[in-house]
Write a protein that binds this ligand. Structure first.
Ligand code: PSU
Ligand code: MN
Length: 308
């Protein structure tokens, strides 16, 4: 498709458009975390605060969602509120994008769809909480998040706190290895497990500074090695959950999902909401803290990439 045709699908906010014109760093943000990942009103409040953290660290936030038949790159306060309150926003992954655009539905983008949209908008850095992965029991359910295939092919760095132990983290890392997706950890050797700092698995590489991370990305992409990179930034020690508690609650939520026959794209939102209930909201507090921590990391990385 011609560049011009492509631009028809993209609607930039003024703030993001100006930043791109000025050559300032921009950080993409997803919207499924708002619509399906956290309850209202903490979802909207967190989205706003994360955007502000990115501005405070020298970059411009571009939260991405599908509205009125276009991919919006940068949302207004009212847009964030709409997504946060909506009960029928569609969780949009790669396969859903054409439907939600052509039918002009309200769509919240997952990691996979946000990577696609960020790449279309030439934004190489994206901040989220956690990526999807290979689900436990995938050998019978075939439940493997489309996020992983997207990381295999779309050249965007995804700053996250690792992946949740609702997933099979060992298989998730194997899948990423097969598809040539580097997993980089920040400040430690271990691959973090979202609510906790250590999954028991090692990341492939440890790169602590934004300059090192930026040089790594530049090298990968200049070599023509297309595809994403996982930048795994562990939750701060003070905000992490006790490992035994989160493991017990995860197992209970997984068992309930199975009993209730939850399948497909409903699995991850169900587990997130149920773990929040089972931990009396403590998992949400941790979730919010780690996203904010990732915003700092992503803003610094986007700035470093502009400087090399
Ligand atoms: N993991 C989280 N919080 C989230 C998600 C994952 O800790 O909000 C969301 C992201 O949008 C991710 C999606 O891309 O869930 C993965 O869904 P699935 O497992 O259906 O691919
Ligand atoms: Mn799935």
């Amino acid at each position: 498709m011609s560049e011009e045709k492509m631009q028809q699908y993209l609607q930039f906010s003024q703030e993001v458009q100006q930043a791109i014109a000025d050559g300032r760093p921009v950080v993409a943000l997803e919207s499924t975390i708002i619509s399906h990942g956290m309850p209202y009103p903490q979802n909207v409040q967190t989205a706003r605060e994360v955007e502000q953290i990115i501005r405070d660290h020298g970059a411009v936030p571009a939260t991405i969602a599908i509205m009125n038949g276009r991919i919006h790159i940068g949302l207004s306060d009212a847009d964030l509120e709409l997504l946060g309150q909506s009960r029928d926003a569609i969780k949009v992954s790669r396969r859903d994008l054409p439907y939600v655009l052509s039918e002009k539905k309200l769509g919240a983008t997952t990691v996979a769809a946000t990577m696609i949209c960020a790449a279309l908008a030439n934004i190489p850095v994206f901040v989220t909480g956690g990526i999807g992965g290979v689900h436990r029991g995938a050998e019978t359910s075939f439940d493997i998040s489309a996020d992983l295939q997207e990381l295999a092919q779309t050249s965007v760095a995804v700053v996250c706190a690792g992946a949740k132990s609702i997933l099979d983290l060992g298989l998730t890392l194997e899948y990423l290895e097969t598809h040539g997706v580097p997993v980089v950890s920040v400040g430690q050797e271990a691959f973090p497990a979202f609510f906790t700092r250590n999954s028991g698995f090692k990341a492939d590489f440890r790169l602590d500074t934004p300059e090192q991370q930026a040089a790594f990305l530049k090298t990968k992409w200049e070599l023509g090695l297309q595809g994403g990179v996982v930048i795994a930034n562990p939750v701060p020690e003070a905000d992490a959950m006790p490992e035994a508690e989160i493991e017990a609650m995860t197992n209970q939520a997984l068992a309930e999902a199975e009993q209730q026959g939850i399948g497909g794209k409903a699995v991850t939102p169900f587990l997130l909401a149920r773990i929040k209930e089972l931990t009396a909201g403590r998992s949400l507090t941790t979730n919010i803290a780690l996203v904010k921590n990732n915003a700092v990391c992503g803003a610094r990385l986007a700035a470093a990439l502009k400087q090399i």
